[in-house]
Design a protein around this ligand. Structure first.
Ligand code: PHB
Length: 387
């Protein structure tokens, strides 16, 4: 009787130890992303993209299996530090993948830096993350907010536009994207006559559209994304303003949103580091694989940024043969990697931000069709970064 019990106890203790060793063998990846709210679809696309690349590698990166941890950050900056520490302190992840919202991402970057946890930012453009807050373990597969805004200035000026009104949510991302546009538009001879904002994630646009109608600028430049972008593009179209005051934006305005925006989005011109119809073997293979893996869903820029985060990890882990505890070597390999992205090949700046082409795209049907390269190999100025 006792012996049987002992044997059972020993057996279960052994099983526990074995499963413990196996679990410890896996690399812990924490997704801090929005799974609810106006950016919910963006978070899902990032996770989908990441997992597609891992699946393509047979479920492993650098020969190691992955264990996932997830937090819904709700794009809420007030809860960001607490949410970051759920992954960093409670779950003790090796790498954090996230997030979408710039305000949330700044708190996340602070938590990652102070705990020396590797962070790969898969969307949020907050300039400071690869500027004054940069660090050896902080990387981005997306963009700095300055970049896509800056890319539109010369395009708008070349269309003959002189006076622009900007409109966006009042938080770091909107303000920094508008600042990027202002810099290059003014350099090309344009003037911003008014900056309009509303609090994130509000979508009551009517009074602002009335103000645009009374100002009568040559053009409007906008940043909204996700659910808010769907509503803004529909409201702008319904207002009838588009005929006399063309709408432009960073590509987030129309990325992942076209099935919902329908007719309202047709013909819109935007700038972004990804586009439909690139028609490269790399992008075609990625798009086919994504559609196959996710029930015919079409990939967007967010899916690409998630996919490339897994590619960055793969570069780092290959260099250390899966030994992620060799942090310095893992990170150096990431920083010097050339990523064969669906968007086109890119490298990271010293500050850890992609140096990449920005495309001019035009909405046609459900696609952001590539028209041109607006700016080649655009590097963020990385103000305040000493790396
Ligand atoms: C941001 O907050 O940095 C942000 C969010 C959504 C986007 C782009 C940037 O589509």
């Amino acid at each position: 009787m006792h012996r049987a019990l002992n044997r059972a106890l020993i057996a279960s203790a052994l099983a526990l130890t074995t499963s413990h060793v196996l679990a410890a063998d896996k690399i812990k990846v924490g997704f801090m992303l929005p799974y609810s709210g106006t950016y919910a679809a963006l978070g899902t696309a990032i996770e989908n993209g990441f997992k597609l690349y891992v699946a393509e590698q047979g479920g492993k990166l650098g020969g190691r299996e992955l264990e996932y941890f997830k937090v819904d950050d709700e794009s809420n900056p007030a809860k960001a530090s607490e949410n970051a520490n759920r992954l960093i302190k409670r779950d003790q992840v090796d790498v954090v993948i996230g997030t979408v919202h710039s305000g949330v991402a700044m708190a996340l970057a602070k938590a990652a830096k102070s705990s020396d946890t590797t962070l790969i930012v898969t969307n949020a453009g907050a300039d400071a993350i690869t500027g004054a807050m940069c660090g050896p373990g902080i990387f981005r597969t997306s963009f700095s907010n300055w970049q896509p805004g800056y890319a539109m200035g010369p395009v708008a000026a070349a269309k003959g536009h002189k006076k622009a009104v900007t409109i966006t949510w009042k938080y770091a991302s909107g303000e920094e994207q508008m600042a990027g546009f202002r810099e290059s538009f003014e350099k090309a001879g344009g003037t911003i006559v008014k900056d309009l904002t509303l609090p994130f994630p509000n979508v009551e646009f009517q009074s602002l559209l009335t103000e645009i109608a009374s100002i009568k600028p040559d053009m409007v430049f906008a940043f909204f994304a996700g659910g808010g972008a769907v509503k803004f593009v529909q409201d702008y179209h319904a207002s009838g303003l588009q005929k006399s005051i063309p709408l432009y934006g960073t590509g987030f305005l129309t990325d992942g949103t076209l099935p919902a925006q329908g007719d309202a989005a047709q013909g819109l011109l935007t700038t972004l580091h990804y586009a439909d119809g690139l028609n490269t073997p790399r992008d075609n293979a990625f798009r086919a694989a994504y559609a196959k893996a996710y029930n015919n869903l079409q990939p967007d820029v967010y899916a690409v940024q998630g996919y490339d985060a897994a590619q960055l990890m793969q570069s780092g882990l290959t260099a250390v043969q899966g030994d992620i505890s060799d942090k310095a070597k893992f990170r150096d390999a990431i920083r010097s990697a050339t990523i064969d992205s669906p968007r086109g090949k890119f490298t990271l700046s010293a500050a850890g931000n992609p140096v990449q082409d920005f495309y001019l795209r035009e909405v046609s049907g459900k696609e952001n069709k590539v028209v041109d390269v607006a700016v080649k190999q655009l590097a963020d100025p990385a103000k305040g970064c000493k790396l």
